[in-house]
Design a protein around this ligand. Structure first.
Ligand code: 5GP
Ligand code: ZN
Length: 116
């Protein structure tokens, strides 16, 4: 399902620009528009799910596919060996700001020791 007012659906559909690093039939990865580290990529399902809460019952293997793509993105951007962080924000307390499931891949520099 494509949600027409969802910016990430629009990126998958090619209706909005993004610097795409990786894509296949299930997953798209692109650079975050406001990077929080030297390398900051978002890995998303091509299908619209709001968050892990939404995706996990419908497509139980999807989080694994997104993590696989995150590792591929780390390789392609040269941070697989230096190290990287993979994170997903779910809901208000985590400050999820785009309601289309996404994993952040952060690296390219020494990251904060704090996760929260
Ligand atoms: P969240 O806060 O939901 O975990 O992360 C959403 C991320 O999406 C933020 O890091 C934000 O910078 C990024 N973002 C929001 N709109 C766009 C956009 O139009 N293009 C790209 N490439 N990233 C976006
Ligand atoms: Zn969407």
């Amino acid at each position: 399902m494509v949600v027409s007012d969802c910016i990430f659906c629009r990126i998958v559909a090619g209706d909005a620009h993004a610097d795409i690093i990786y894509s296949d039939e299930q997953v798209t990865a692109f650079r975050d528009i406001h990077p929080q580290a030297k390398v900051h990529i978002l890995v998303i399902p091509n299908q619209h799910f709001v968050s892990l809460n939404d995706a996990i019952e419908d497509v139980p293997d999807l989080p694994g596919r997104l993590i696989q793509a995150a590792v591929e993105v780390a390789r392609r951007t040269g941070i697989a060996e230096s190290g990287y962080r993979v994170a997903t924000n779910t809901g208000a307390d985590a400050r999820q700001s785009v309601d289309h499931l996404h994993f952040h891949v952060l690296g390219g520099e020494r990251l904060s020791p704090r996760l929260a």
